[in-house]
Design a protein. Structure first.
Length: 95
C-alpha cells in the first residue's frame, strides 16, 4: 500500500502526472500485491503515526515520491491532511 499511497500523494502535490499515477495503479492492481484492508481503517490515525516511520527525521515525515515512472524525489513536511486523504484514496483502489 506504501507505493500506491506515495504515488497518490505525489499526484496530489502536482509532482506525478495523472497518466503515470494511472499506470502505476494498473500495474499494482494487475499483480494483486495489495493487502486486504480490515474494517476500522482510519486514515487520519495512520497519518498521525507517519512521523515515527523509519524515514522520518526529528519527527518530520519524509517520503520518497515518484516524479515519473523510474524517477523519485524525497519530500519532507507533507501536510497530514494530504497524507490522510491520499491514504483514503489509495484504500478505495484496493477495495
Amino acid at each position: 500500500m506504501g507505493i500506491l499511497t506515495e504515488s497518490v500523494i505525489s499526484n496530489q502535490l502536482g509532482i506525478l502526472p495523472e497518466a503515470d499515477l494511472e499506470r502505476i495503479i494498473k500495474i499494482i492492481l494487475k499483480y494483486k500485491c495489495l493487502p486486504e484492508i480490515k474494517s476500522g481503517f482510519c486514515s487520519k490515525r495512520i497519518a498521525s503515526f507517519i512521523c515515527y516511520d523509519k524515514k522520518a527525521r526529528l519527527g518530520t515525515s519524509r517520503f520518497v515520491l515518484p516524479k515519473s515512472i523510474g524517477e523519485t524525489e524525497t519530500v519532507s513536511g507533507i501536510n497530514p491532511d494530504v497524507i490522510a486523504k491520499s491514504l483514503e484514496k489509495a484504500r478505495i483502489f484496493i477495495n
